[in-house]
Design a protein around this ligand. Structure first.
Ligand code: SAM
Ligand code: SF4
Length: 337
């Protein structure tokens, strides 16, 4: 067995994780960084993280499902797809006042951003007046606003921008190559097209994906290469760990190796140094130690509250205890990004 000393590059040697970032990124250059020794990879990611952010601050968002279930898309992971017999009851679009009441509670809980998600392929134009009223109302509370409503037309993006929408979430979820294994009712290109409309309308982009759907490491890395290669990298990059939903196509998916997940967080930080990297779905199943390593690797945003759309989230007590024990505090409005 080769001794550890001979097989591990010493600090400062040509460990790929320590060499300068090549741009534009390719799957090959990103893979080389990803495969570096774990400590080298995290050392580089943390160094880059510190150069752009306070490593002891975390941005808190709250995600509310403003319209649940009955979605015509067949996303294999989703509890809200009408194609997945998950037993979720469909609901109609929430009233504006109900949404604003939830936003007030989120603000009181320390959130600086309020995200409103709808189980739609795309919003209908007839819903835009209600949606823009929600954006205006949440903004008036002094919160950043985010929506995730499915695919948008240019005029829908412009309408939301005119109402003051700050962010639009639209995840590409995986690589272009693997996308058809997960969703067949739309194309990877359709997601990129909506991101283009969002960017053209002047709304900040929130775009990331999911690990644990049966994809290969190269698919996870290629997803980051796609994001880092956009004309402008997303301001917010959510990294989800699959929550296997009973009744969904991915109910029996194998769990993600925690170190492989943390490597992707570190790679996202290295490839998109100025973006907020959000530790998103799946945190309820992550150990405190895994989350702490993700923060060290450059994750600096989480969703608070005990539900994420329709799934479990750690909840405020566990989150505040974890952040307190780590000596981390919440970002305040307008602090970064
Ligand atoms: N219907 C909108 C759309 O598809 O763009 C809203 C999406 S909403 C934010 C759901 C997002 O959360 C998906 O884009 C996916 O990345 C993530 N997600 C959904 N179900 C998940 C699950 N079971 N496990 C992990 N992530 C999930
Ligand atoms: Fe519909 Fe969005 Fe769920 Fe896909 S992720 S099924 S588009 S709600």
């Amino acid at each position: 067995m080769t001794s550890v000393a001979s097989s591990t590059p010493v600090l400062g040697s040509a460990s790929p994780a320590l060499s300068p970032s090549p741009t534009p990124w390719t799957l090959a250059t990103a893979r080389e960084v990803y495969d570096a020794p774990f400590n080298d990879l995290l050392f580089r990611a943390h160094t880059i993280h510190r150069a752009h952010f306070d490593p002891n601050r975390v941005q808190l968002s709250k995600l509310l499902n403003i319209k649940s279930g009955g979605c015509p898309e067949d996303c294999g992971y989703c509890s809200q797809s009408a194609h997945n017999p998950t037993g979720l009851k469909a609901s109609k679009l929430m009233e504006v006042d109900e949404v604003l009441a939830q936003a007030r509670t989120a603000k009181a809980g320390g959130a600086t951003r309020f995200c409103m998600g709808a189980a739609w392929r795309s919003p209908k134009d007839r819903d835009l007046a209600t949606l823009t009223a929600m954006v205006e109302g949440v903004k008036a509370l002094g919160l950043e606003t985010c929506m995730t409503l499915g695919m948008l037309s240019p005029s829908q993006a412009e309408g939301l921008a005119a109402a003051g929408l700050d962010y639009y979430n639209h995840n590409i979820d995986t690589s272009d190559r693997f996308y058809g294994e997960i969703v067949t009712t739309r194309r990877f290109a359709d997601r990129l097209e909506t991101l283009g409309h969002v960017r053209a309308a002047g709304i900040k982009v929130c775009c990331g994906g999911i690990l644990g759907m049966g994809e290969a490491a190269d698919d996870r890395i290629d997803m980051l290469v796609t994001l880092a290669s956009l004309d402008e990298a997303p301001e917010s990059v959510p990294i989800n760990m699959l929550i296997p939903i009973p009744g969904s196509k991915l109910a029996e998916a194998a769990p993600v190796d925690p170190f492989a997940f943390i490597r992707i967080v570190a790679l996202a930080r290295i490839m998109m140094p100025k973006s907020h990297v959000r530790l998103t779905a799946g945190r309820a199943a992550m150990s405190d130690e895994m989350q702490a390593l993700c923060f060290f690797a450059g994750a600096n945003s989480i969703f608070i509250g005990d539900t994420l759309l329709t799934a479990a989230n750690p909840g405020d007590d566990r989150d505040s205890s974890l952040l307190h024990r780590l000596g981390m505090t919440a970002e305040v409005m307008g602090e970064a990004g």
